[in-house]
Design a protein around this ligand. Structure first.
Ligand code: NDP
Length: 437
């Protein structure tokens, strides 16, 4: 059976939903590369996997500080729950639409399957832009959003977390509003502030996990470590900043980091605590970083030499030309802190040129791992010490790398195919065991 004809049968078209089409197509092509052919007898299950189990679209009416009324659109795509409750982030960003949310929910289904925890995949969000809005406006919007979504989520159904534009503070507001609506002390979200029954290290988890994953590669494949390696990180948000912090604490040399205003680059290595002060404590864009000698505003971030490149900002960040330049400049490892950050032509180039590529569904799984640990803590009425959570995260990321590497027959350039294969087999088996549902 051909994936293109299946997509046509289900009316999944590149012209209608380019992101979803591309994610599905790339996924099944990579399985083909692993020698996994779609079997006729699996048609029902594959079709079920391609049509999201539930798509919820809703309006979010809210009032700004001047008393003007607005309406935004909210989404939750519960893609596949064969392995357990739906799990996946919520994003507030003007680029949010149903196509992108479906694509991210599809990716999340396989990422969650890889973790080994009983979680299906989902994603959601709204086209609301929190940037430039007051704290009160963001809080008002968050309350309105969760009120509209509340009937469809819950701690035994679907537990969203944060993603772009949604931090712990917003999750705290949404969690409180949900508890207020239900009049019960429930935990419908992860990524909550620690004082509101969140987990230590959840905020840091995706960035820390990314570095643990790469370090596992250096240790297991090259008998080396991240120490002394030069690193470029795009995105100075939650993922990028914590990746920079962990990398430098392990002796890595972060030479460049970017945000939407520009980037800072110093071949001698950046002062990460100063960057954290600037970006997180003072909430300032990199373009006005105090040392203007190292600030750049061109589009040449990936043109700078490094051994490790970590796209941690957004989708489609690294294209074919970028990867060719990175390769010329000696890159050995590219791993996705952000989902779908590397374009397919660049992934193919890395495979052909034996550059280690860590696909997002494994490399940035640290966030969902610690979300699973947060659920475990909430259900057992415990809160673990940060060092305990960090240690568990490190072990989970190391084991994940090890499983994928073995699945790839110890050919690190085949990690993506191996990750997809591992996740696909688990989900397909679970779907078959469930029969019709
Ligand atoms: P944040 O909103 O905290 O940070 C995003 C960062 O990317 C910001 O620094 C932003 O700049 C920067 N950015 C945006 N556009 C550009 C651009 N064109 N060029 C350079 N930098 C840019 O988001 P997160 O760090 O939470 O998430 C980043 C990515 O990681 C997303 O794709 C998300 O889906 C993915 N992810 C996140 C997880 C998590 O736990 N948070 C888990 C798994 C994946 P500025 O600071 O100027 O706004």
């Amino acid at each position: 059976m051909m994936i293109s004809s299946l997509l046509q049968t289900l009316n999944i078209r590149e012209t209608h939903e380019p992101h979803y089409y591309s994610s599905v197509y790339k996924f099944f092509k990579s399985l083909e590369g692993q020698g996994i052919l779609l079997k006729e007898e699996d048609t029902f299950y594959i079709q079920k996997l391609l049509v999201p189990e539930r798509i919820i679209t809703f309006q979010v009416p809210w009032e700004d500080d001047q008393g003007h009324l607005h309406v935004n659109t909210g989404y939750r795509v519960q893609h596949n729950g064969a392995l357990g409750l739906y799990k996946g982030g919520l994003r507030f960003h003007p680029s949010v639409n149903l196509d992108i949310i479906k694509a991210l929910a599809f990716e999340q289904t396989f990422k969650n399957a890889l973790t080994g925890y009983p979680m299906g995949g989902a994603k959601g969000g709204s086209d609301f832009n929190p940037k430039g809005r007051s704290k009160r406006e963001v809080r008002r919007f968050s309350y309105a959003f969760i009120e509209a979504l509340a009937p469809y989520i819950g701690e035994h159904v679907d537990i969203p977390a944060g993603d772009l534009g949604i931090d712990g503070e917003i999750l705290g507001y949404m969690n409180a509003k949900y508890q207020n609506l239900k009049q019960e002390s429930l935990y419908p979200l992860t990524g909550k502030p620690v004082l509101l029954n969140g987990s230590f290290i959840r905020k840091e988890a995706t960035g820390f996990g990314l570095i643990y994953f790469i370090d596992a590669f250096y240790q297991e494949v090259l008998n080396d470590s991240i120490q002394g390696k030069t690193i470029l990180i795009s995105g100075a948000g939650n993922v990028g900043i914590h990746a920079a912090l962990k990398a430098s604490s392990l002796g890595g040399i972060v030479v460049g980091i970017s945000d939407s205003s520009g980037y800072v680059y110093d071949p001698q290595g950046l002062n990460i605590s100063e960057i954290i002060d600037h970006k997180i404590t003072n909430n300032q864009p990199l373009e006005i970083y105090h040392n203007q000698n190292i600030v750049f505003k061109d589009n040449m971030f990936w043109h700078h030499p490094c051994e490790i490149a970590l796209p941690c900002a957004k989708e489609d960040d690294v294209g074919l030309e970028d990867i060719k330049l990175l390769h010329q400049n000696g890159v050995k490892v590219v791993a996705e802190g952000a989902n779908i950050a590397v374009k397919s032509e660049a992934i193919q180039y890395m495979k052909e040129n034996k550059i280690m590529y860590g696909p997002g569904k494994a490399a940035n799984a640290g966030g969902v791992f610690v979300s699973a640990l947060e659920i475990e803590q909430n259900r057992t009425f415990h809160q673990w010490h940060p060092a305990v959570v960090d240690d568990k995260l490190k072990t989970l990321m190391k084991n994940l790398f090890h499983d994928m590497y073995n699945q790839a027959n110890q050919q690190y350039e085949k990690l993506m195919g191996a990750a997809n294969q591992l996740a696909y087999i688990r989900i397909l088996q679970a779907m078959k065991l469930r029969g019709l549902y």
